[in-house]
Design a protein around this ligand. Sequence first.
Ligand SMILES: [Mg+2]
Length: 409
Amino acid sequence: MKIIAADVIVSSPDRNFVTLKITTDEGLTGLGDGTLNGRELSVASYLADHVVPLLIGRDPHRIEDTWQFLYRSAYWRRGPVTMAAIAAVDVALWDIKAKAAGMPLYQLLGGASRTGIMAYGHASGRDLPELFDSIRRHLDLGYRSIRVQTSVPGINAVYGVAAQPGVDGKRYDYEPAQRTPLPAEEDWDSRAYLRHLPEVFEAVRNEFGPELPLLHDGHHRMTPIQAARLGKALEPYDLFWLEDCTPAENQEALRLVRQHTTTPLAIGEVFNTVWDYQTLIREQLIDYVRSAVTHTGGITAMRKLLDFAAQYQIKSGIHGPTDISPVGMAAALHLDLAIHNFGIQEYMQHGALTNEVFRQSFTFTDGYLHPGEQPGLGVELDEQVAARFPYVPAYLPFNRLKDGTVHDW
Ligand SMILES: [Mg+2]
């Protein structure tokens, strides 16, 4: 079998997505997700200008060889743009291989290790009544694990908090990327946040009881000592995890956090290779790996990363907000089902227009996802519908402190 075409499709149904479609001389096609929120066109260019010409004529079955060729032959390694481009190729090739085998992809990864994939959803509120309402709505949707994000008195706009409560069936998920010509400016105050958050978790535990798994995302905003203090303060509320408590480019910072708290730690959605985790995994400084298949070089690289983590009893918590396309989500679900050290899967539901562009075959039942039994990934791209939604510039926000200093967002 030979690759005869590879097309980069940029579409913006509810948001921007970069999809690679690889076509073989036997008529099989494969899809890969290369979406990098706020920097989509850089991946589209990397693929179209520098990768697609190298793919034509290659044997699509040689997935490992193609991965190594793209990673090493560029000479300039790693980085989110490069690794998202490699991921798009890798996932498309796995899609083709599984279709050629007539099997759902998870079968080629060793078969199912479980019957369903526990998913968590994103609840949020500007105050406790709104937050409780949001948690109840997620429970009604079937979620059995909930991420809790809340406004903080004195801060105008906080990451993870939906702008309005859901009314009249309108979506009210938190969607940070905005279709504006400039990134939105938000504000931040770590001390106010540290004072407020434990009170919120106490109230949530009092309202919903001890059983419900609760998660929280710190979104890289704390110093190590602040993160240590927060982890300790949240211990009575038995979090499933505290995510991205520090920026963690400095992996050693997590040593300090770990020394002070038994709250489980998850990190890595902005990482893109196993090298970002070397110290974190070897020294068992984290409990969950948060990388996205889409940003970490695809299934080939994620499998190796998660196998490395498994040796240290560290589990998966694959990144899955709506800026991962349905193709990237499907890749995550097949991997989730197959690996032994699965932890939890993030699952924000895509909008109606996105689901028109990408026809999916996964199911979500009683809190558990399943990728389905169609050969390959189980996702089809409707290119005619995709063409109706051209790229729209959109940016993630950024933060300033009260004195004007730019802070981690
Ligand atoms: Mg996160």
